[in-house]
Design a protein around this ligand. Structure first.
Ligand code: NAD
Length: 420
């Protein structure tokens, strides 16, 4: 049933479109099209009201060839199997492109965390962990935060897994708080990675960041750090957005003030003067700015929006933010726009997750500087590799990135062979 999901179809379409750019045998391609495992569990939760509610939890392991599954766990009302399968597939390519010893996985629970108390979220997380326990493990599948989940969620999973298995297992999840074997630099890692790839791209199109302008959709973990880091580099952030709406202010936003406001408010709504800045999604993305960063969720940039973009650079901080239509427009009609594809742009999070996993195995922890230096090395190297490959083959950045990644995963499968 996941096959009918538009998000899965666009992920599959991307995979199939790059096969001619690889040397993979048809049998290997067959194995890459579908996930290895889809685990669906019913999660009963005692709500604060005393009622019991059932939630649907999903974990998908797209592949287990390159190492343990790795991928986030999201809590959102939009979660369905097709979405999780597509995201797990993207994780396979992301891990491969970055050269990490992980395979792609993803998970989600269909729920609305904003309408749940902390206690309800904790019971949901712990019971979900118990339900999928036979299918996860530090060498099997390692979860991390994603939309609607955070460090606290990971601490609950770590604690539940350790209690049930009877052994302290720090490397069962990444994105944990520092107090429970987290790593320095994980919280900001994805946004930092986004900005490092923007720096690399800007250099190649002769765009000076100091004095440039941007709009960033999403002001959560990824979007807020991206805004903060862009502002630090002299970029005027003219557009910000969250679930409460899309806002455009020609003179730019004070990003620090927005971050301060969100410490005591759930959304951007109500920030002084912001109501007057409200615009439609289409108007938000199509303002004349240098950099457009979708950092909220999938399929936000439609074909219509893509055709009307006036920017020089699109940085896909979210996973799958462009529809298939938009992708086509960017590849064919808007070759003038430099696209940083999601599997490269937002890979900073999984890179630092990898560092956290390594530190957890060794029980030997690194300084913030060490984490950032290694992150920069890996992400800039992946950018250079992708750009070089795309330029040499005369293809766009997404095709270049996917071709490299798919070839790597496919070759690993081919070398390991087909059992029995
Ligand atoms: P988050 O939950 O911290 O933040 C999401 C933000 O998007 C919030 O500000 C929310 O209000 C906003 N948003 C949600 N729906 C929206 C809509 N329809 N219009 C405008 N804004 C909307 O999530 P996050 O961790 O920042 O993840 C954002 C994206 O980045 C997701 O696609 C996620 O898969 C991807 N990603 C996250 C990480 C990570 O480390 N957190 C790593 C790689 C990729």
């Amino acid at each position: 049933m996941f096959e009918s999901s538009p998000f899965y179809q666009s992920a599959l379409g991307q995979l199939l479109s790059v096969i001619p750019h690889t040397s993979l045998e048809p049998g290997v391609v067959e194995r890459l099209r579908v996930p290895k495992r889809i685990i669906t569990v019913s999660v009963p939760v005692r709500m604060d009201s005393g009622d019991t509610r059932m939630f649907m939890g999903i974990r998908v392991q797209h592949s287990l060839t390159a190492g343990p599954g790795k991928g986030g766990l999201r809590f959102a009302p939009t979660v369905d199997t097709g979405e999780v399968v597509a995201l797990a597939m993207l994780m396979s390519w992301k891990c491969a492109l970055l050269g990490l010893p992980f395979s792609g996985a993803k998970g989600g629970i269909n729920c609305d965390p904003s309408a749940m108390s902390i206690g309800e979220q904790e019971r949901l997380t712990r019971r979900f962990t118990a339900e999928i326990l036979p299918f996860i493990g530090p060498t099997v599948d390692v979860m991390a935060p994603d939309m609607g989940t955070n460090e606290q969620t990971m601490a609950w999973i770590f604690d539940t897994y350790s209690i049930v298995t009877g052994s302290n297992c720090a490397q069962i999840v990444t994105g944990k708080p520092l107090e429970t074997y987290g790593t320095l630099g994980r919280r900001a890692a994805t946004g930092m990675g986004v900005v490092y790839t923007i720096e690399e791209a800007a250099r190649r199109i002769n765009l000076k960041l100091n004095g440039a302008t941007a709009v960033v959709q999403g002001f959560g973990n990824v979007g807020s750090v991206t805004c903060e880091q862009l502002a630090l580099r002299g970029v005027t952030v003219k557009g910000v957005a969250d679930v409460s709406g899309h806002y455009f202010r020609d003179k730019g936003f004070d990003v620090k003030a927005l971050m301060e406001y969100l410490k005591s408010n759930r959304t951007l709504a109500g920030f002084p003067g912001i109501d007057a800045d409200k615009v439609s999604v289409d108007d938000f993305f199509t303002q004349p700015v240098d950099i457009v960063v979708p950092a909220a969720m999938e399929h936000q940039v439609t074909g219509k929006i893509a055709r009307n973009l006036k920017c020089r650079l699109v940085a896909e901080a979210a996973n799958g933010p462009c529809t298939t239509d938009a992708d086509m427009v960017l590849r064919e009609a808007h070759k003038d726009i430099f696209l940083i594809p999601d599997i490269l742009c937002n890979a900073g999070g999984v890179v630092v997750s990898y560092f956290e996993w390594v530190q957890g195995i060794q029980m030997f922890f690194w300084s913030a500087e060490e984490v950032d230096n290694k992150l920069q090395q890996m992400i800039r190297r992946a950018f250079i590799l992708t750009h070089g490959h795309a330029t040499a083959r005369g293809v766009d950045m997404r095709t270049g990135a996917l071709a490299l990644a798919v070839e790597k995963v496919g070759k690993e499968k081919a070398k390991r062979g087909l059992f029995p």
